[in-house]
Design a binder for this molecule. Structure first.
Ligand SMILES: [Zn+2]
Length: 472
């Protein structure tokens, strides 16, 4: 081999070696600098008696192999949870920290997350916390003191609960699965809260009523509300569905419906699905409420109007001599002349003004503390969302939009979206005895026009207005 060629080979070989060394060194350097496991979720700010949370971790390369969660409090480190063996690249670890059982004390602490991956690095890293979070340990549950409550309640009726709570972040009053928000009420230094509660028309008297509180740390407390549930009977009615009614209403309420579909099938979609949608909307609208009472004194009904259907009437729908459906009617049907003025039943703020499935053109007025009134089947409306209205102010005209036979007002009273009988709120004496009285017993400011009077006999269920000739 000539001298020049041999030199060339050597140069190439050395160059190759150099490249290999440089490559290996930078490769090893890269492996060393790959970051370790990272926390991708933030733990809660508070730990209570028992606090569940999920810790999410991610390894940049390789898998998470070891995780330890510690709480460090005045120099003492307590292991709260530990997991080993390859856990995957991204892991979600559900944890339940039982602070009391672990011997943690109330006060400030640091929650540390220690974690390691199985990615090979030339120099093994020392174990260290990958994240530290300042936390507060709170082991004291909220304290609830019942001040007063409406004593006599009925299915389809309203009640008031007044209480004091300390150390709580959230407090509500529950009636079985139904939950009613509570509102700070009266002088601030008393720390009192009130909640209006509604019992649905089919309320089971065995279902407990309870004030429920929880704090930031998840510590919970509950207190039962004693009440005497007095039964209430609701009427029944049969409604005959005629073809002319279906021809008029089905296309209006189901514009997308295929023309080939039989009208009674369309009616059932309206009476079931659209009715359920409206119920859901009522619950949602119920959350838009003022944190203080806006109403004053008894609620009013349109002048010269007659009752054509009652609250919680169980309706059987008959078509061509056959029962096709059953539904409950959640309001009062009031009628006088066509397109007659609809007054606001009390002072409040308009929170809904648009078509609402079977209800047609609808207005909902909020009266505060979750109490609202609903006006349906309107031919026209004179208010918009956000308008403040006075008691008796004309807000709309009656009509027959939605699932209505003939011109009338469908009127409902709602508490946090749950329909209750309007009878109670039309009755000044009922309001004084069932809303004013517990406020007075609790030593809280009374609502204008609803002051409880002394020495009145025990409350009786208000009389039901006489039902007029049939129609709806
Ligand atoms: Zn109605």
């Amino acid at each position: 081999m000539p001298q020049r060629s041999r030199t060339k080979v050597w140069v190439l070989f050395v160059l190759f070696l150099l490249l290999a060394v440089v490559g290996s060194v930078s490769y090893l350097g890269w492996r060393q600098t790959v970051p370790g496991v990272q926390a991708v979720s933030t733990p809660p700010r508070f730990l209570g008696q028992k606090t569940p949370f999920t810790l999410s971790l991610e390894a940049r390369r390789g898998n998470v192999t070891r995780v330890e969660v510690r709480v460090v409090q005045s120099g003492t480190s307590t292991t709260v949870a530990k997991q080993e063996s390859p856990l995957g690249r991204r892991v979600e670890i559900p944890l339940v920290v039982e602070s009391g059982a672990l011997g943690l004390r109330e006060g400030n602490a640091t929650l540390e997350v220690w974690a390691r991956d199985d990615f090979w690095r030339p120099l093994r890293r020392a174990d260290r916390a990958i994240a530290g979070y300042p936390i507060t340990i709170d082991l004291t549950p909220p304290k609830i003191e019942l001040l007063a409550a409406t004593r006599y309640l009925s299915p389809g009726g309203t009640g008031l609960v007044a209480f004091r709570v300390t150390g709580a972040a959230r407090t509500d009053v529950s009636a079985g699965p139904l939950v009613f928000p509570s509102f700070a009420y009266g002088p601030e230094d008393r720390g009192a809260r009130v909640a209006l509660i509604a019992l649905p028309w089919d309320f089971d008297p065995a279902v407990p009523l309870a004030i429920r509180s929880s704090d930031e740390a998840g510590n919970a407390a509950a207190r039962g509300v004693p009440a005497e549930i007095r039964p209430r009977k609701f009427p029944r009615d049969t409604i005959e569905i005629k073809d002319a009614f279906l021809q008029a209403k089905v296309p209006e309420l189901l514009p997308q419906r295929p023309a080939s579909e039989p009208l009674p099938d369309g009616f059932l979609i309206i009476n079931r699905d659209l009715r359920r949608q409206a119920e859901e909307t009522k619950r949602k609208v119920g959350a838009s409420t003022a944190n203080k009472p806006l109403w004053q004194g008894p609620f009013i009904q349109p002048r010269n109007s007659k009752v054509f259907a009652n609250f919680a009437e169980l309706r059987t729908y008959v078509y061509a001599g056959r029962e096709i459906d059953r539904q409950v009617h959640f309001g009062y049907d009031l009628a006088s002349t066509r397109q007659s003025p609809v007054p606001a039943a009390n002072k409040g703020v308009v929170v809904f003004a648009e078509p609402l499935t079977i209800y047609g053109n609808t207005v909902v007025i909020d009266h505060g503390l979750g109490l609202q009134t609903l006006y349906a089947h309107l031919s026209s409306t004179a208010v918009k969302v956000g308008d403040a209205v006075e008691k008796g102010q004309e807000i709309a005209r009656t009509g027959s939009t939605g699932l209505a036979i003939g011109d009338h007002l469908h009127y409902e009273v709602l508490v946090n979206g749950v329909s209750v009988t309007p009878l109670e709120w039309w009755d000044g004496k009922w309001i004084r005895d069932h809303i004013g009285k517990p406020l007075k017993e609790a030593g809280l400011p009374e609502i204008a026009g609803a002051e409880a009077r002394d020495g009145e006999p025990a409350p009786a269920t208000p009389a039901r207005p006489q039902r007029s000739r049939r129609a709806r």
